[in-house]
Design a protein around this ligand. Structure first.
Ligand code: ZN
Length: 917
């Protein structure tokens, strides 16, 4: 007789094969159309804890790549972790819509036509471009199973949003943090415009290389205790020498005075000796710091030139003494700010010297008139001539030099007026500066990883004032009116408020469309005829840095409270969004806009190389979804240590698929074996049931704590380890006999089923934040005893797992391990095929005190008893406990295969009872 049909074998319709690429899209689409986010945002209203992530807006240009996918999936996992842990969650995604990259794409599209168009027309095209990519990216994010308020995202291009950004600017202005100052930028004299970094191309250009000797002023001579020495600088732009304000030296570096009375860095002495400027004999050595804040004399104009220290001074060429013209160089500018030097800039829009030369006496009076009006690139020879004997070496060379991308003419670095947020004005409460407020505010923020605070701290400590103005069209205007004559901006409350209202109603385009008078409120004392508009727009980082205000404090979005709980972005945002958001919030509120900052690393291939088209190692998230499934991509994020680089490759994807398959099969086995259980029975747990519940309790609660700390890889590691070792590796195996062979109402069987239900219920909410799709599918197939009233994944909640019992006696663990080592050998030697052929004999009191039916299950043998004298197939010892493996003397039961039948082909007593019941 075939007894197979009398066994209670597992059954479930939950498919073994997930077929993710085929099946995921429909279920994900179902969530998005049936309001999964609305359900999540309302399910835990009134919960003890609220939780919100404020979305760092991606730029609305192009398709999403793996970095976007990583960022949004991680946000989704974090949000859902809080959700499944019972918190009242909010997640409003957003987009950064203004800025240069979009404006440039529109310029390329327009070509020459741009000249005939108004600013508002160009802005309208930029707006349409951004909207198009918002729709594209939104669909791409939704397809990754990211759940958020996609129907009401925040867009920085919305009129009300532009008004909020502008309002943030006004609040900062009124605090006295806004200043207008000169700062050097790339300047195309041929196009008469400032250029962004991206608008510059490099080509070869021939230039002078000159060495100029500056006499030391009295203070420097006195410090060094020598007379008649000269500091030698090297430059390739003689035309910037009139604007010299100082000489930068490398801090803590040794400098020398030569026999000829010339000063060089000691390390570069050999280089200048080869050029013939000195014979190389040293008469004095000194450390750069000794002459800090003393002066040299500029031979062009006899003005004092300050000795400064700067890390930008390198020992890879020149003299180690760097000519510093703050109006004509980025490094020069920054070092000058520290030493509070003026940003002298005597060059006009067309690249010609202007009257500043005369007014500031930047060139000796006998020559100055020859230079005013002369193009700087034509002035080098004249400058060299004026230098006379101070010019101690001159040559020409060819180097790579920035050129204007439109006119192809070489550009210059030229300071123009820009708007800044001042870091060091003591205008905040208690006379503190913005820098001080920001540094103190981040002490209240928790960083993941913890090292993030140091990174942000040192960037804030060292950053210069924030230049927030751009000379472009696609952005929020720095919409201030100013007096035509004095150039003083008007920060009058009523005027600013009127402007804000206009932006709210008509958008910021109105700044270009409407005449000045429209921005003056009725009855204003100002006369429109005397006023002009500031024409700059805001740095796009100001837009995104003020999103907390527009999204979290305006009441326009249901996006959670302020400050928000989490900002989560790539680690490059210490420099970017974390910092801009912090500064704007500190300027307005004097506290940080976030309670926690989580950062992730960047995606690389399996060899740790950056993904790039040229290397052919780029992995598109859409392709992973198509080939493996979104669930695999999500598992990748959860299993990676996201705080460092995240590796991904086809190999890694295959390994992840295998891990996914194991998780899925374990859950399937659990579901299939509890199908006929009506309610859980906790009254009859045996020691093995108690053991696995205790193991589950430790694993689940530790994993839960890890997830709460956003350590997903750690939490998943604990779960996967539990699933594969204790659960699948032991418990599910040793339960098979009772599950398949015991009668359906046997407490041994219902207890094991109850354990499996309890473990499934404990497991699902822990993995649901990551494997949301899979858990949703599980809920669809799970019997009522598992899912209760849950209709879908969003109905389940993670409760603390409270099944604490004693551990098994360690001798059982050790004996089992030893036993199966021996079994491997016996099987290999073809002595047995199955452990059921064996009985186990032992003198272990610890083991013999257990219910022996449990010990039989534990070793998966047919009998366990105290020591006998039959022939042993093998023996082993654990401490003083002795074990013997003996071939079972009874017969194999044809139903359960245990050697417990007294006659051949007869049922064992248990099976006989089950079938005759
Ligand atoms: Zn049997």
């Amino acid at each position: 007789m075939d007894y197979k049909d009398t066994l209670f074998l597992p059954r479930t319709d939950f498919p073994m094969r997930a077929n993710l690429p085929q099946n995921e899209p429909a279920r994900i689409k179902h969530w998005q159309t049936k309001g999964a986010y609305a359900k999540m945002a309302s399910a835990h209203k009134g919960a003890k804890r609220d939780f919100s992530i404020h979305d760092g807006p991606p730029y609305a240009n192009g398709h999403i790549h793996l970095g976007h996918a990583l960022n949004k999936i991680l946000k989704d996992i974090v949000t859902k972790t809080h959700y499944f842990f019972g918190d009242n969650i909010r997640y409003t995604p957003g987009w950064d819509c203004h800025g240069l990259p979009i404006e440039q794409q529109i310029e390329v599209k327009l070509g020459e036509k741009k000249k005939e168009m108004s600013v508002s027309q160009i802005r309208e095209m930029c707006r349409e471009h951004a909207k198009q990519f918002i729709d594209i990216q939104r669909d791409e994010f939704k397809e990754l199973g990211i759940i958020g308020d996609w129907d009401k995202p925040y867009l920085t291009l919305k009129f009300k949003f532009e008004a909020e950004i502008y309002d943030a600017l006004c609040k900062i202005a009124k605090k006295g943090l806004l200043t207008e100052r000169r700062k050097p930028v790339y300047w195309s004299w041929a196009a008469k415009t400032a250029l962004a970094e991206a608008e510059v191309e490099y080509k070869d250009k021939e230039d002078y290389s000159i060495y100029v000797a500056f006499d030391l002023d009295k203070d420097a001579s006195k410090k060094l205790g020598i007379k008649g020495a000269k500091a030698v600088i090297w430059t390739t732009t003689p035309w910037t020498l009139p604007a010299n304000e100082g000489i930068s030296l490398k801090p803590d570096e040794t400098y020398v005075v030569t026999e000829e009375g010339l000063i060089f860095a000691k390390e570069l002495l050999e280089v200048v000796r080869e050029k013939g400027m000195t014979k190389g004999k040293i008469v004095k050595e000194f450390i750069s710091n000794e002459i800090e804040n003393t002066h040299a004399i500029n031979p062009l104009n006899d003005r004092r030139s300050l000795f400064m220290l700067g890390e930008h001074v390198l020992m890879d060429g020149g003299t180690g003494l760097v000519h510093t013209a703050p109006g004509h160089g980025e490094d020069d500018y920054h070092v000058a700010l520290r030493y509070r030097l003026p940003i002298t800039m005597p060059v006009d829009d067309e690249g010609k010297y202007d009257d500043t030369l005369v007014r500031e006496k930047l060139v000796r009076a006998d020559y100055v008139n020859e230079l005013v009006g002369l193009h700087v690139f034509k002035a080098n020879e004249k400058i060299n001539q004026i230098l006379g004997s101070a010019l101690i070496h001159e040559s020409k060379f060819i180097h790579s030099y920035p050129h204007c991308w439109r006119t192809h003419k070489p550009v210059i670095y030229r300071a123009t007026k820009q708007w800044f947020i001042a870091m060091d004005e003591p205008v905040m409460s208690g006379g503190r500066t913005l820098r001080e407020v920001a540094l103190s505010a981040i002490k209240d923020v928790r960083f993941y990883p913890a090292s993030g605070i140091k990174r942000l701290e040192s960037m804030i400590e060292n950053r210069p004032d924030w230049c927030i103005s751009r000379q472009r069209d696609w952005g929020v205007p720095i919409a201030f009116l100013r007096d035509k004559a004095t150039k003083e901006p008007i920060f009058d409350d009523a005027v600013l408020e009127r402007t804000r209202e206009i932006f709210e109603q008509k958008g910021a385009d109105a700044w270009w469309d409407l005449p000045v008078g429209e921005f003056l409120p009725a009855g204003s004392d100002y006369d429109a005829a005397n006023l002009e508009k500031v024409s700059d727009i805001l740095d796009v980082w100001f837009d995104s840095g003020s999103t907390w205000k527009a999204v979290l404090t305006s009441g326009d979005y249901d996006a959670g409270g302020f400050p928000c709980d989490v900002y989560l972005e790539g680690s490059d945002q210490h420099r970017g969004w974390f910092q801009s958001s912090l500064l704007i919030s500190c300027a307005i509120n004097e506290y940080a806009p976030f309670r926690r900052v989580i950062t992730h690393g960047f995606t690389v291939d399996e060899n740790g190389q950056k993904m790039s088209k040229s290397l052919g190692n780029v992995i598109a998230p859409q392709k992973v979804a198509k080939d493996y499934g979104v669930e695999i991509l999500r598992l990748w994020v959860a299993l990676s240590d996201y705080s460092s680089e995240l590796k991904l490759s086809e190999n890694i994807l295959k390994q992840l698929s295998e891990q996914y398959r194991k998780i899925r099969n374990t859950i399937r086995f659990l579901l299939a074996n509890v199908a006929d259980l009506d309610e859980i029975d906790t009254a009859h747990f045996g020691v093995l049931d108690q053991w696995i519940l205790n193991r589950a309790s430790i694993a689940f609660n530790t994993a839960r704590d890890a997830f709460r700390d956003y350590e997903f890889a750690k939490g998943f590691g604990i779960l996967l380890n539990f699933l594969s070792n204790d659960l699948s590796g032991i418990y599910l195996d040793i339960c098979k006999d009772r599950l398949y062979c015991d009668s359906t109402d046997d407490p041994r069987r219902t207890s094991a089923q109850s354990v499996m239900v309890i473990i499934t219920r404990g497991l699902l909410p822990l993995i649901a934040p990551t494997l949301t799709y899979t858990v949703d599918e599980v809920i669809a197939y799970a019997p009522a005893v598992v899912k209760g009233d849950a209709k879908d994944v969003f109905d389940i909640v993670c409760a603390p797992f409270e099944y604490k019992f004693d551990e098994l006696d360690p001798v059982l663990m050790d004996a089992r391990e030893k036993f199966f080592e021996i079994i491997d050998t016996l099987k290999k030697d073809k002595i047995i095929k199955n452990t059921l052929e064996l009985d186990l004999e032992t003198n272990s009191n610890q083991i013999l005190q257990y219910d022996l039916s449990e010990v039989i299950d534990w070793f998966m043998v047919s009998d366990v008893r105290s020591m006998g004298d039959g022939e042993a197939l093998a023996e082993f010892e654990i401490g003083d406990d002795h074990f013997r493996l003996v071939r079972s003397a009874k017969h194999r039961c044809p139903r359960c295969w245990r050697y417990q039948a007294s006659e051949p082909e007869c049922l064992c007593p248990r099976c006989s009872k089950v079938l005759n019941a």
